[in-house]
Design a protein around this ligand. Structure first.
Ligand code: 1GP
Length: 265
């Protein structure tokens, strides 16, 4: 006989609790082992072109990209869900949502970046959208990864700075980024995402990544404006743990192979 809340394999847990942490654990293990990772970002708008979507996801799998992120557009939830489902069908990689709004949630994903825009001062993006999304995340049973999202100036205004109505951190102020990331870490966030926004002119600087790396013992995700393998390698060497690339692969899905080789060293 076992007590009501246990089984021969150990305590029975709420199914939601069982799924929490699997992708975060992978991110954390890779960070601690010094294994750099590549995430291919699929914009659901782009995902409506079935042939290009297939080619990008197949290349991501063949090139052994570590993760597929989906998100960042203003699409309706139905179209978003269809795109995530299609990526799931085509891919053997973990699928992680990078939502542009609380409507961008899907049961077909493994996890969602639960983003707090800590570089900004917009309360909706620090806690408001989270309150709206939390019951759905729990009902869908997908893992939420508490993420401190920092928008960094990448040379020109991007969709994310316009939509979020927030000022990015100046590109040449690594100290501000480091203090912001440290505050996020002290608040209990589990990963830091530094982004210059999709299609940015330039990525986050190596100096800024190094400054954040020196302050937080967390996986650091870096995205925005990464277009070639040499740049990708340089950002990893500076301390980035996961690189997110979208636009470059939309323009040329074959680039995934060179980028993956550079990231994986
Ligand atoms: C944007 O970090 C992502 O949020 C990817 O940016 O499209 O410029 O690769 P790119």
């Amino acid at each position: 006989m076992h007590p009501p809340h246990s089984s021969p394999d150990g305590p029975q847990r709420d199914p939601y609790v069982r799924t929490v942490g699997r992708i975060l654990q992978k991110l954390d293990h890779a960070y601690r082992a010094g294994r750099k990772q590549l995430a291919v970002l699929i914009d659901p708008d782009f995902g409506q072109d079935e042939k290009r979507l297939e080619r990008t996801v197949q290349n991501a799998c063949m090139a052994k990209a570590d993760l597929i992120f989906v998100g960042g557009s203003l699409l309706t939830s139905a179209a978003f869900d269809r795109c995530v489902q299609r990526v799931r069908e085509l891919s053997d990689r973990p699928v992680v949502l990078f939502p542009g709004s609380p409507a961008q949630l899907s049961a077909h994903a493994d996890a969602v970046l639960f983003l707090s825009l800590i570089s900004g001062r917009n309360p909706e993006l620090l806690i408001g959208h989270h309150v709206t999304a939390a019951p759905t995340i729990k009902a869908l049973g997908i893992e939420a990864i508490p993420t401190g999202y920092m928008l960094v100036d990448g040379g020109r205004p991007t969709t994310v700075s316009y939509v979020s109505q927030t000022l990015p951190i100046p590109h040449d102020k690594p100290g501000i980024a480091a203090a912001t990331a440290l505050a996020g870490s002290l608040l209990g966030l589990r990963t830091i995402y530094m982004d210059t926004g999709s299609g940015a002119e330039r990525p986050v600087s190596r100096a800024m990544i190094a400054a954040v790396r020196a302050q937080v013992d967390l996986p650091i995700i870096v995205g925005g404006g990464i277009r070639d393998a040499a740049t990708a390698r340089g950002l990893c060497d500076a301390g980035a743990d996961v690189l997110v690339v979208g636009t470059a692969f939309e323009q040329d899905p074959e680039q995934i192979f060179a980028m993956s080789e550079a990231v994986h060293g």
